[in-house]
Design a protein around this ligand. Structure first.
Ligand SMILES: Nc1nc2c(c(=O)[nH]1)N[C@H]1C(S)=C(S)[C@@H](COP(=O)(O)O)O[C@H]1N2
Ligand SMILES: [Mo]
Length: 330
């Protein structure tokens, strides 16, 4: 999503990359190995950073889960899915989240799910253990007109909401990403962070949140999520544009009023609350009729394909919007 600040983003990100590079060099220098630079690999640089900050590196754990039936869509390669990301807390350019999230700590973590003063708190281990994990191979359609096919691992959000036993007042669900400027450079720097007012917030109508396709994902491609994809837990709503699928969630609130949402607050004429994938409603600055499907390999391997209503999930979800004008409620 390009905003007016995007020309600054570019310059700013170059500066940031440079700072990161300088930091690495000084760490290497402290370890007294600068002279042996030709032997330094990326992984040894990452390791020396971990040693310095005394962190556990974000090693992706293998998960056990029930496998999805194999679909007909060609999967995006894992390498693409974890290196081409939108996660503005770590920079607004696609390559930045993977690079700038290496020091992000996902443990300990608390996901709080609440209505009023009733709440359930899930720890990092609860997220992986409390529910049976299943694989869901879903298409992810970004509002920017590219798409991927990703094997997520997670559980239906409905299972968690049911545990809270919501009252009849609960009509909407509000989600909030962690606010941790010390580990999220985009939250510290307005330009790097794409001009967003953090924390990132999103929302769903309760029936959308309870729909069986809506999941909280804790992994992809058989392993826990890397930070750039929203570790340790993120939403996946496959019939909506990608920005609804909020990452690294700490708060889920059941509320009586429709929540405000980050991209809608930034540009309400461009990004609606519903954000259902719809080839007939163009973005003001580009068409949504087609998308670039990212599979594997280089940009020349990307296929231009027709965008489907509700991202191909119309049979499952169109009834949720019966009688609604989807051009107005974009
Ligand atoms: N907190 C947060 N969540 C976010 C975003 C973000 O910038 N911050 N970007 C969104 C957008 S625009 C997309 S397309 C998807 C991308 O998910 P992926 O990087 O795992 O493919 O995450 C969404 N969730
Ligand atoms: Mo997106």
């Amino acid at each position: 999503m390009k905003r007016k600040v995007s020309s600054y983003n570019c310059k700013e990100s170059e500066v940031t990359d440079e700072t990161l590079f300088i930091n690495r060099r000084s760490i290497i220098k402290q370890l007294g190995i600068l002279g042996s630079a030709p032997f330094i690999t990326n992984s040894s640089i990452a390791k020396s950073q971990d040693q310095k900050t005394n962190n556990q590196p974000n090693v992706r754990q293998l998960l056990s889960y029930k496998r999805d039936v194999i679909g007909t869509d060609e999967l995006t390669s894992e390498n693409k899915a974890i290196s081409h990301n939108n996660f503005y807390e770590f920079g607004s350019q696609k390559h930045q989240p993977a690079e700038l999230s290496r020091d992000f700590k996902v443990k300990p973590w608390t996901l709080s799910v609440n209505e009023g003063d009733r709440s359930i708190n899930l720890s990092y281990d609860d997220l992986l253990d409390m529910f049976d994990l299943e694989e869901r191979i879903y298409r992810l359609r970004c509002v920017e007109a590219w798409s991927m096919v990703i094997p997520w691992i997670g559980f239906p959000l409905s299972k968690l909401i049911e545990k809270l036993n919501p009252s009849s007042e609960a009509k909407w669900v509000r989600f909030q990403t962690i606010y941790k400027p010390s580990q999220m450079p985009g939250q510290r720097n307005y330009f790097l962070g794409g001009g967003i007012d953090y924390p990132y917030v999103e929302g769903l109508r309760l029936d959308e949140a309870m729909h069986p396709l809506t999941i909280l994902a804790v992994g992809l491609y058989g392993k826990t999520l890397p930070p750039q994809n929203g570790a340790p837990v993120r939403l996946v709503v496959p019939w909506k544009y990608g920005f609804k699928s909020i990452k690294s969630i700490v708060d889920i609130n059941l509320v009586s009023k429709k929540p405000r949402t980050t991209w809608n607050l930034l540009a309400s004429n461009e990004y609606g609350f519903y954000a259902n994938v719809n080839p007939e409603v163009d973005h003001p600055r580009w068409s949504q009729a087609y998308e670039r499907r990212i599979t594997s390999g280089g940009i020349f391997n990307q296929k231009r394909i027709k965008t489907l209503p509700f991202n191909g999930y119309a049979d499952e979800v169109a009834h949720l919007y019966k009688g609604m004008n989807l051009k107005k409620n974009y």
